[in-house]
Design a binder for this molecule. Structure first.
Ligand SMILES: CCCCCCCC/C=C\CCCCCCCC(=O)SCCNC(=O)CCNC(=O)[C@H](O)C(C)(C)COP(=O)(O)OP(=O)(O)OC[C@H]1O[C@@H](n2cnc3c(N)ncnc32)[C@H](O)[C@@H]1OP(=O)(O)O
Length: 207
């Protein structure tokens, strides 16, 4: 696995964050309104053409493959393509994950129409996506751990809207970190609980 280092300082990092963050926010709004718009047919056709045009311009220069995990020269990690929390990823909710008082990880976020499964409810795969990330981050505060096994129990439906995710380390056994986590609805009920085994991969053990 490669982790490119970009030769940029804190000012340049801030400039890029301020440039690409709002682009992703705008595209996220576009995704939401693409699902929900009730505009007339001409407006939809014009929108599709204008979006094709601007997409073509953005495509003129781009990186190969995914964004990857990159570092600045001062060691700041940029996971900007991440499917759950990536600054440049418009399909990421996006989650801002913070250290909780119990040493685990916590995130409050909103899941709108783009994350729907059953009517008005969050898709079960999206619940898994979010819990994988938050549990993975709880497991990876010291070393990068990959998901080995993630077990979920869907206890009650998760309504679209405000959602909280929490995760913390239960125990560590050698290269395996056992993590527990939950999703909560806006009333504070646990909707999904997770148990995960996160593993320090063989390729990272000597590094
Ligand atoms: C140094 C650079 C630093 C910078 C890097 C920063 C980047 C990260 C930044 C931030 C992270 C925070 C965010 C992450 C959140 C998202 C998480 C994801 O979505 S991860 C993608 C999905 N997961 C996969 O794609 C894994 C695919 N599987 C594998 O790669 C391997 O199978 C792996 C690593 C899981 C295990 O392979 P082995 O060769 O390293 O490990 P072996 O030596 O075989 O086993 C070690 C121990 O683990 C158990 N084990 C192995 N596989 C297991 C499994 N699937 N489930 C449970 N236990 C397993 C074994 O039984 C063994 O246990 P015994 O030590 O003998 O007690």
């Amino acid at each position: 696995m490669q982790f490119p280092v970009e030769d940029i300082d804190a000012d340049e990092l801030a400039r890029r964050e301020a440039l690409f963050g709002p682009l992703a926010d705008t595209v996220r709004e576009l995704i939401d309104v693409t699902i929900r718009s009730e505009a007339d047919e001409d407006t939809i056709l014009e929108a599709a053409q204008r979006i094709r045009d601007v997409t073509k311009r953005l495509n003129d220069r781009r990186c190969e493959g995914g964004f990857g995990v990159r570092f600045t020269e001062h060691g700041h990690m940029m996971t900007w393509g991440n499917a759950v929390s990536g600054l440049r990823n418009a399909i990421a909710p996006p989650l801002v994950v913070e250290q909780a008082a119990d040493g685990g990880m916590c995130s409050d976020f909103t899941l709108g129409a783009a994350y729907e499964g059953p009517p008005g409810l969050v898709h079960g795969g999206v619940c898994a996506l979010v819990l994988d990330q938050v549990c993975g981050m709880a497991a990876s505060t010291a070393k990068p751990n990959l998901t080995g096994t993630l077990s979920l129990r869907y206890r009650r439906p998760t309504p679209l809207g405000p959602v909280r995710a929490r995760a913390r380390i239960d125990r560590i056994e050698g290269v395996k970190t056992f993590v527990v986590g939950e999703l909560y609805d806006a009333d504070g009920n646990v909707t999904v609980s997770a148990e995960g085994v996160f593993i320090l991969p063989a390729w990272a053990r000597g590094r």
